[in-house]
Design a protein around this ligand. Structure first.
Ligand SMILES: O=C(O)c1ccc(O)c(O)c1
Ligand SMILES: [Mg+2]
Length: 624
């Protein structure tokens, strides 16, 4: 499988784009004519530059408003096309994309268009050029790949073929299986793009909101399956018009592009095993089965404040690492590690971000398999733990925001091998497991983080919700990877609580950890007795929530007494309260889910954030 990406998908100068695309490992690029025109290089120079980067030019595009024109426009369109064929010979590429016409003078008619293409095929052949015809989904007469194919079929010329673009097919909700009956050798090129489900004008949606396959809501997998089932063996090329990518880091966007193509084609071969996919074999995604540990990087001086918050939340000191300055805090099945080493990864993480989450230990069915999949998807391997021969060798990858993810399975017991356990089963205050981990990033990076998780794990994404902060908007997207749920919070401004966290911690990822319990009132009581610094919620909130859900006043009174917020969805209810933040901004949430409640208390978030902003002095700081 040849991979390719259009120059429009990446920001920067022509040379920046090429470098990023080549470094990410693509085989080819589509040259978007505007990018060529804006550059200062001759066509020959561009050709040399591309090939010097080890890339090939898979496509030159777009040529607009060709077919169905009356004279004198028609003759001019042919002359214009011929000029481009000459240019392409200098560039060193043989395939041009013509998109369906929007010309005000254009006339409809499949046969008229087919006749134009038949004639153009003859001219193209003389220049050694092939022409691919693409239906723009907002095209004036042709806006459906089935009509574009009919024109190509009737044009009946070996130098005229079809170009398919997942966006144009899927945005119009055309069944991608209609592609299966097109002969694969008549499909000259395939462009791939996803997009979030937003109800808007097709052209505007396409030019601003496309994203990488897997980052949006279109069924690009079904589209690609249908394409490959035809026997099409040309490049799969990303053509992504996206406002954030246009200003994003070229290297990051290109890397994400390749990751998305690998994940997509892997999914295609798993869903349709009869297809021959030219992709190295690697393990299937398997769910996270549990959070084995969360490690905090800290220092000898800073750790006591964190540890007093852990103690107040019911965690008990339950052991220590056999050879490192790492202590284990435990409560039922929840293991938290506090690392105060003065060298190594955790120490660097503490130096960079302050006290915060530096590592997630995830339990999976086979640690080596999960690791191998992540590496195949271009995650960066981290040095294994256990250089020290007595320690467990736990495979790890660089996660997002500079933290690490470790994969653990049942083959070895980390707690027996690496730790001295003093209290195997402290009961604590009733926290039973990690419910979710909330990670914060700049809004521009949100798609990249979500792709990271959804490509490695069999993850489900919830729709993005807007969370109103008094000083801006935060977009929040929940990802469910099995036993671990992650909420990604994309901050638009540095004035939001999330934005301030990124700034104050120099880009730490985990802003809060939510723990689940079975009886939140008992847990709240037990924590209060231990001095838990609960976040105080304003009285107006409780009046409203009682009216909104028709709660019994006794229940409202208990909620108010413990600063517990309430939510319901169609299938259950949700109770939640929060800690005050630690210095740096990390905080804890305690939740109880009942019935099949699947959310995160989103409607409560604005009131929680407002309360946090009123309460700016972190836990552990002297209040004078
Ligand atoms: O938005 C456009 O005009 C445009 C141009 C070329 C394409 O291949 C495409 O999918 C869209
Ligand atoms: Mg296209």
């Amino acid at each position: 499988m040849k991979t390719s990406i259009a120059t429009v998908s990446i920001s920067g100068s022509f040379r920046d784009k090429l470098t990023a695309i080549a470094q990410a490992g693509f085989d080819g690029i589509e040259i978007f004519e505007q990018d060529f025109l804006a550059s200062d290089f001759s066509p020959r120079e561009v050709g040399y530059m591309v090939r010097d980067h080890g890339l090939e030019i898979t496509l030159f595009q777009p040529f607009r408003d060709f077919e169905g024109l009356p004279e004198p426009h028609r003759a001019r369109a042919f002359a214009r096309a011929e000029r481009k064929f000459e240019l392409m010979n200098e560039l060193g590429t043989d395939l041009i994309l013509i998109c369906s016409s929007l010309h005000p003078e254009a006339m409809g008619g499949i046969d008229r268009a087919a006749a134009d293409f038949h004639e153009l095929g003859g001219i193209a052949a003389k220049h050694g050029i092939r022409v691919g015809y693409e239906a723009l989904c907002w095209g004036r007469y042709v806006n459906d790949h089935r009509d574009a194919w009919e024109i190509v079929r009737r044009a009946d010329h070996p130098n005229i073929g079809l170009i398919l673009d997942s966006f144009h097919t899927l945005a119009r909700r055309i069944d991608p299986d209609t592609i299966r009956s097109i002969p694969g050798d008549r499909i000259f090129f395939v462009q791939l793009a996803d997009a979030p489900a937003i109800d808007m004008d097709l052209l505007y949606w396409s030019r601003h909101f496309r994203n990488m396959p897997g980052e949006g809501d279109l069924d690009v997998t079904a589209f690609t399956r249908a394409v490959l089932a035809t026997g099409y063996a040309g490049p799969l090329s990303l053509e992504i018009f996206n406002d954030q990518f246009r200003s994003g880091l070229p290297r990051l966007v290109a890397q994400d592009g390749l990751r998305s193509l690998i994940a997509l084609t892997d999914q295609v071969r798993r869903n349709e095993p009869s297809l021959k996919i030219d992709l190295p074999d690697f393990p299937a995604p398997t769910p996270v089965e549990g959070v084995e540990f969360i490690e905090f990087a800290s220092s000898r001086d800073d750790a006591p404040v964190l540890e007093s918050l852990l103690a107040a939340a019911g965690f008990e000191h339950a052991g220590r690492h056999r050879s490192k300055q790492v202590s284990l805090w435990r409560q039922n099945g929840v293991n938290l590690l506090v690392n105060t080493e003065t060298e190594g990864f955790a120490h660097s993480a503490w130096l960079t971000h302050g006290t915060g989450v530096s590592e997630l230990g995830l339990r999976v069915s086979d640690a080596q398999d999960s690791f191998a999949r992540a590496i195949a998807l271009k995650a960066a391997a981290h040095d294994p733990l256990g250089q020290n021969a007595a320690e467990l060798d736990i495979p790890g990858i660089r996660g997002v925001g500079g933290s690490l993810i470790r994969f653990l399975d049942g083959k070895n017991d980390l707690w027996q091998v690496d730790f001295e356990i003093s209290d195997p089963q402290p009961k604590g205050a009733g926290l039973a497991k990690v419910d979710h981990i909330a990670q914060t990033m700049a809004y521009e990076e949100m798609l990249s983080w979500s792709l990271f998780y959804t490509s490695i794990f069999p993850a489900r994404k919830a729709p993005v919700v807007d969370v109103v902060d008094p000083d801006g908007l935060v977009r929040s997207q929940a990802i469910d990877t099995g036993a671990l749920r992650i909420t990604l919070n994309g901050a638009e401004t540095r004035h939001t609580l999330a934005g301030r966290f990124i700034e104050d911690t120099f880009g730490a990822s985990t802003q809060h950890i939510a723990f689940a319990c079975d009886d939140i009132f008992a847990t709240a009581q037990a924590m209060a007795a231990r001095g838990f610094p609960v976040l105080k919620i304003g009285a107006n909130y409780f009046d409203d929530v009682e009216a909104r859900f028709g709660l019994h006043p006794d229940l409202t009174e208990r909620l108010r007494a413990h600063n517990i917020m309430y939510d319901e969805d169609g299938s259950g209810s949700f109770l939640q309260f929060y800690s005050q933040p630690l210095p740096g901004g990390l905080f804890f949430e305690i939740v109880q889910r009942s019935g099949g409640y699947g959310g995160y208390g989103g409607p409560n978030a604005p009131f929680r954030i407002a309360a946090q902003k009123r309460n700016i002095l972190p836990f552990g700081m002297p209040r004078s």
